[in-house]
Design a protein around this ligand. Sequence first.
Ligand SMILES: Cc1cc2nc3c(=O)[nH]c(=O)nc-3n(C[C@H](O)[C@H](O)[C@H](O)COP(=O)(O)OP(=O)(O)OC[C@H]3O[C@@H](n4cnc5c(N)ncnc54)[C@H](O)[C@@H]3O)c2cc1C
Length: 170
Amino acid sequence: MDASRTAIRLGSEVHIVYRRSEEELPARVEEVHHAKEEGVIFDLLTNPIEIVEDENNWVKGMKCVRMELGEPDASGRRRPVEVEGSEFEMELDTVIMSLGTSPNPLISSTTEGLETNKWKCIVADEEFGKTSKEGVFAGGDAVTGAATVILAMGAGKAAAKGIHKYLSEK
Ligand SMILES: Cc1cc2nc3c(=O)[nH]c(=O)nc-3n(C[C@H](O)[C@H](O)[C@H](O)COP(=O)(O)OP(=O)(O)OC[C@H]3O[C@@H](n4cnc5c(N)ncnc54)[C@H](O)[C@@H]3O)c2cc1C
């Protein structure tokens, strides 16, 4: 919602393409309301399936397919099902992917000895941001999952204390 409203203020025509209906939108109702007020166009029950590029590899469009809602899935929300033969192409020049907020799994898969939880978030203690790997401190969204700036700042402060303590005792 932030990205769409920022883009519209910068002068773009902005579409939010979402595969379910407004009822299942995970954004806050106020944000949806304000985005609409600012002129963001909601293409609901529409699923992007391919980014289309021009001869210079610049984005020029996006293939989409229309959806309809079926039975509820494990999340309790009605599962979107493709409408056969409904494929079409949108003309556009920028795509902003907004597909979730889980941490990049690269860190956990490449850093031996760094404990992560089932969401691939780094496990760190709250007081000093200490992780399972010696000399490595962590905080913020990579530890808590998607949260807030103030929590990330607090975690940064805790980790700074932790790092100071670690180096002072060495
Ligand atoms: C659209 C959106 C709107 C939000 N609105 C609000 C709001 O209104 N209020 C609020 O409090 N919070 C908001 N948040 C949440 C807030 O932005 C985050 O909680 C906060 O930024 C987390 O801070 P962080 O330092 O943990 O992580 P980040 O701010 O994500 O910083 C991590 C940094 O690490 C860099 N990085 C990643 N991998 C590597 C690597 N391998 N090597 C080097 N650098 C790397 C990234 O580029 C990034 O700069 C919003 C988040 C989003 C996505």
